[in-house]
Design a protein around this ligand. Structure first.
Ligand code: PEP
Ligand code: MN
Length: 263
């Protein structure tokens, strides 16, 4: 169902008033984790003032260490929803557990499946049944075919609102967190009708490399970018080293949103 043979035209995923995969790249931005109402609200207001349409923020965080900040849970979802009501931004947030699918779907517009859960088939089937748009990240060691089969788990439940997200794969790189597989974009475009976006933040893991890699992502035809932004990255409870501050994000957004609309 995910293949071009099944459907030749591109799938365009509608999220409220916005479209992913219609030729104009989308920007999804926000903190790695929702930390407080104040942190999220200033970020949401800032992004909305720039013209960004999507706010990301994790309420349930799949942290590598059990001792790291795990997210605010349902309280974080309520804060996200409050930000949506205040700004009109569409909310993207990760669901980690099968048991949390309903509550995340209640507050959020797009359900994110993280890299660690790409192979969690019961979770894929459960999120599919909400009929909400799903942002499906590539497993950090998944092949393209395994990734498309993970998407197939969602499509085969009757939910075609799938956005793929390349976020870097495991490699021996001393200088970046992961290795961005930029070729995933043209390959996915050839093999599938689904939209694909790039997450440069988790791919490179270092603030300074995010603008050039974002440029490459758009040049290769990505349907959008998902980028971590924090009002004060040095104080972030997660992924501060790869989060852009407001000024850095504004510079990137203004450059690329103009280039994108001029295409
Ligand atoms: C995230 O987007 O916050 C995240 C945890 O990403 P990934 O699953 O790609 O590591
Ligand atoms: Mn993160």
């Amino acid at each position: 169902l995910a293949s071009r043979q099944f459907k030749s035209g591109n799938t365009v995923v509608k999220v409220n008033e916005n479209y992913v995969g219609n030729g104009k790249p989308v920007f999804i931005a926000g903190p790695c984790a929702v930390e407080s109402e104040q942190q999220l609200m200033v970020t949401a207001e800032f992004l909305a003032s720039l013209g960004v349409n999507f706010l990301r923020g994790g309420a349930f965080k799949p942290r590598t260490s059990p001792y790291s900040f795990q997210g605010l849970g349902e309280e974080g979802l309520k804060i996200l929803y409050k930000a949506k009501l205040a700004t009109g931004l569409s909310i993207v947030s990760e669901v980690v557990n099968v048991e949390d699918v309903e509550v995340v779907a209640e507050y959020c517009d797009v359900l994110q499946i993280g890299t660690r859960n790409m192979y969690n088939y019961p979770l894929l089937k459960k999120v599919a049944k909400t009929n909400k748009p799903i942002l499906l990240k590539r497993g950090f060691s998944a092949t393209i075919d395994e990734w498309l089969l993970a998407a197939e788990y969602i499509l085969s439940e009757g939910n075609f609102n799938v956005i793929l997200c390349e976020r870097g794969i495991r490699a021996n790189s001393k200088y970046t967190r992961n290795l961005l597989d930029i070729s995933a974009v043209p390959i996915i475009k050839e093999l599938s009708h689904l939209p694909i976006i790039i997450d440069p933040s988790h791919a490179v893991g270092v603030t300074k490399y995010i603008p050039p890699v974002s440029k490459a992502a758009l040049a290769v035809g990505s349907d959008g970018l998902i980028i971590e932004v924090h009002p004060n990255p040095e104080q972030a409870l997660s992924d501060g080293q790869q989060s852009l501050n407001f000024e850095q994000f504004k510079r990137l957004y203004e450059q690329f949103s103009v280039e994108a609309t001029n295409k």
